[in-house]
Design a protein. Sequence first.
Length: 69
Amino acid sequence: MRFEVAHRLLQGPQRPGLAEVAARAGFYDQAHLHREWRELAGCTPSRWLAEELPSVDDSGAEGGASSVT
């Protein structure tokens, strides 16, 4: 359940940082989120974001959002 909540938060347009995602999804801390995410998805949340949502840029620089598929 926590994983699903975190997954939805990370896919949203107003994606919070990983520490906030961890707190809002009910994980003890960000490290707990990383361990469980790696166990369930096979990679860390950061790697998943880079691979699944490559057009998303945390800094807002380079305007990659126009190439969303």
